[in-house]
Design a binder for this molecule. Sequence first.
Ligand code: AHQ
Length: 254
Amino acid sequence: MMPPTLIASSLAAAPRPLFPPLERPLGPDELEQALRAFQGSYYVEHPFHRLMYEGGLTQRQFQGWAANRLAYQRVVPRKDGAILSNCPESDVRREWIQRIIDHDGTESGTGGIEMWIRLGVALGVPREEMEDERHVLPAVRLICESYVTFCRTKPWQEAVASSLTELFAPKIHNQRIESYPKHYPWIPPEALDYFRSRLVQAPKDVTHGLRLVKRWATTPERQRKVFEALAFKLEMLWAMIDTIHNAYRQDDGS
Ligand code: AHQ
């Protein structure tokens, strides 16, 4: 046990995803089960999200979260573009490109990024302050850019694997849809629109991503790369929410 002085009081210790050494390749279904077993390391378990679902967040914390999370939403189509640029298979690109349209929309004022900006406005952040990213913390920006760099520099199959944190995303979206009306009557119903849209899009994305990963990761070496890609993204999301939580802590430290 580390002496108390070494435990960083402000950082919620992420449950580091651990995976056993692989003596033999897992079958496709075993591989999927092993990926789903990372659920415990998903940032839905982070104290900030627990505060959110239990009704403990202030409006300022919501606003800081929404303004910073826009930086993440804006890197998603960029990292998907990086995957497209690295992938030589047109049938894969034909399906993957939908993710960019889901986020960027088909014209100005449409798409998931616009919906996230509207979420911030619904929480009380002026649109201009969402769009110009004045509230985005330096560490959040670096953390989000690390996702783009990962997808630019890793084999496209490993970048696909990093998107599979969305295996666990329906839980986080459903908890928002259930908890906001219950605990935060000041949040208008349109604030939930984005989460509802992801309940439709994320399962389609996960089905495609899983199919690609199960097709490619047929050796212990490739399966370890898939686990490492998912672990990177789980820690990236955890570091992002940890940074936001610590920047907007309440006077009582919560
Ligand atoms: O809104 C989110 C989103 O569009 C995506 C794309 C996907 C990917 O390709 O990495 N991951 C993701 C996620 C979104 N929302 C997060 C949230 O907490 O609202 C969850 C996140 C994810 O689990 O990766």
